[in-house]
Design a binder for this molecule. Structure first.
Ligand code: ACO
Length: 375
């Protein structure tokens, strides 16, 4: 049976840093002390005006392709996990497919709240294990700053923007050992953006009432999250044929330091096995786990044959966990020639993508002027 293995990784965060003090200075009734003590967050990155989810996703994905030394034409499927797509349609994955020139790839979005990225890993690995795909690009990207009410101190301080990507590739050795996916839709109202869908299309009233913003019952989500991380993690560790003491690195969804610490204590995983970067990015939703994994790799926290546990939770309610056995020798060094080839390749790719769009427009006008006979 073919297995799925991580072959490439990449992350991207916007350059604009907003600290807790900035938020207080902007007039929000909060303080660095409160945010740090209750969440562990010190600062977050926010997308620039006009910077959308696909812009972040493309940059993270390009880095993952570089690390794996994979050509865009070799990708069979792109899965973008996001709850803040560029548009309701088309899928953000389709925009990424075009921008990367992955001309042989299918493209689909997954929305499972903050667990979407882990769902995407599970779905991507299953495509490879069933023999339907050899390389799947899995991306978690969100610009939640567009959907938070910057007057609501109980939500806006929590989130940041970012993207992370993994390239999953067919392998003879097991890499993604097991993935648990879970949901409980009875908790849908605990974390919701009420307007903008078919239930409550956006209009003047919904905007006036702020119903296009994220609403959250923080305390209930908090209580549920500490329990579900433990349950999902234990189930996944066991299904992977392991015990908690065989886990070398634990990367939980980076939402709140108190949730993370309570969950790792319940799992009996000490501080050396835990990776946390929440203080610098806040909760980047679907990007939180891949960004943390990229940073753990860069900091030398990942070694070949390590067992890495990733666990997420979020809106839905949804949760997911996976155990990866790391198979890539580290560090990966990109030679100057490979960097140069990639850079020029990207420029050519962007020219080709723009030519394709022009060709679509030209065809549209041609067919309006010279309509084909209908059958
Ligand atoms: N600054 C100052 N005071 C604040 C702030 C703030 N930013 N936010 C809330 N407060 C106040 C409240 O108004 C309240 O004041 P009151 O007692 O006068 O009414 C007081 O602080 C306590 O509020 P609580 O809600 O009880 O604070 P709590 O300790 O529960 O922390 C928090 C709130 C941080 C939101 C916490 O509940 C939490 O992290 N929940 C989980 C959220 C989460 O993980 N969500 C994401 C999951 S899914 C996804 O990633 C999309």
């Amino acid at each position: 049976m073919p297995y799925a293995q991580v072959a490439g990784w990449g992350m991207y965060v916007p350059s604009r840093v907003v600290t807790n003090d900035h938020l207080a200075q902007m007039g929000l009734d909060t303080s660095d002390e409160w945010i740090t003590a209750r969440t562990g967050i010190k600062e977050r990155r926010l997308a620039a005006q006009g910077e959308a989810t696909s812009d972040l996703a493309v940059k993270a994905a390009q880095r993952a392709l570089d690390v794996a030394n994979a050509r865009p034409s070799e990708i069979d499927l792109i899965i973008v996990a996001t709850c803040t797509p560029d548009h309701l349609m088309p899928a953000t994955a389709a925009l990424v497919q075009d921008r990367l020139s992955c001309n042989n790839a299918g493209a689909v979005d997954v929305n499972a709240g903050c667990s979407g990225f882990m769902y995407a890993i599970g779905l991507g690995a299953a495509q490879i294990e069933s023999g339907r795909a050899r390389r799947v690009l899995v991306i978690g990207a969100d610009v939640l700053s567009s959907y938070v009410d910057w007057q609501d101190r109980s939500t806006c301080v929590l989130f940041g923007d970012g993207a992370g990507a993994l390239l999953l590739q067919v392998s003879e050795e097991p890499g993604i050992l097991f993935t648990t996916l879970g949901s409980d839709g009875s908790g849908a109202g605990l974390l919701v953006i009420p307007a903008g869908g078919s239930r409550l299309p956006s209009n003047g009233n919904t905007v006036r009432n702020g119903e296009h913003y994220l609403k959250m019952n923080g305390q209930q989500v908090f209580r549920w999250a500490t329990q579900i991380i433990e349950r999902a993690s234990i189930k996944t560790i066991r299904a992977s044929g392991l015990t908690p003491d065989r886990i070398d690195l634990f990367i939980p969804h980076q939402a709140n330091l108190r949730i993370i610490e309570a969950a790792s204590k319940r799992l009996g995983l000490n501080e050396e096995k835990l990776f946390v970067n929440l203080s610098r990015y806040g909760n980047t939703t679907n990007a939180s786990i891949p960004i943390a994994l990229c940073e753990a790799i860069a900091m030398g926290r990942v070694r070949p044959d390590d067992h890495i546990l990733l666990t997420s939770f979020g809106s839905g309610l949804s949760w997911a966990a996976t155990v990866i056995r790391w198979g890539v020798p580290l560090p990966v060094r990109l030679s100057p020639w490979r960097r140069f080839r990639r850079r020029t390749g990207r420029q050519w790719t962007s020219v080709r993508s723009s030519l394709r769009r022009q060709r679509q427009k030209a065809r549209f006008w041609w067919e309006r002027i010279f309509p084909r006979n209908s059958v």
